[in-house]
Design a protein around this ligand. Sequence first.
Ligand SMILES: [Zn+2]
Length: 240
Amino acid sequence: MKKKILFLLLIISVPIMANTVPLNKLIGQFNEKTDKEFVALDTTVLPVNKSGMYLQKEPTEQLIKAYQAFKQQHPNIPFIIVSATRNYAYQNSIWQRKWNTLFPKFNNAQRTAQDILQYSSMPGSSRHHWGTDIDITSVSSDYFHHNQQGKILYQWLEENMPKYGFCRPFNEGRSGGYLPEEWHWSYQPIAKAYLMAYKTALQQDTQSVLSQLNFDGHDKITLKALLEEYVLNVNTECIN
Ligand SMILES: [Zn+2]
């Protein structure tokens, strides 16, 4: 009898164990400021453009190594963290502001969402929820392609960030998803597991995911299709 119960418990626990990241962490519904896995960047050597930014411990340690290596070669070129973890509530405030401005203009929910998605994520779908992703120095492609310091930074990041475990999810040449972002870097060893868990949750537990995403317009757009396009359409180097 006991063996039977043990066997049943094993069967039941397999799908739970396979998905190792809890849903609330995948969709940013937690407070990074009180989470023990997260570090306040302004307590580290990393330059930040505002206080109150957090990142998971391991990506923080690797980012510090990358920053120090860069500064040895280019002491006068800015390497500043301009965005790190953004939780659901934060992303929702960005989304709401844009929705309120753009929906009256388009008078069409899908078009409004697609317009916002050029530059901002739907709440619950940003890689910035994960504590593995950062934006460096500028969020303008122009800076990385036409500014002299930006060009040097961009070349260095492309050549060296992979040595520290980082990939650039929004690279050129993808068919769909976000526009290229030269500034956005992701700590691949952890973010890869988050992406896989997100994909699994979206496919196997669709309603649990969708029911948590209550942002403006969520019920008037092709939510699941947009999540798949924008979350899953990333640089293959971030997946492998
Ligand atoms: Zn970013």
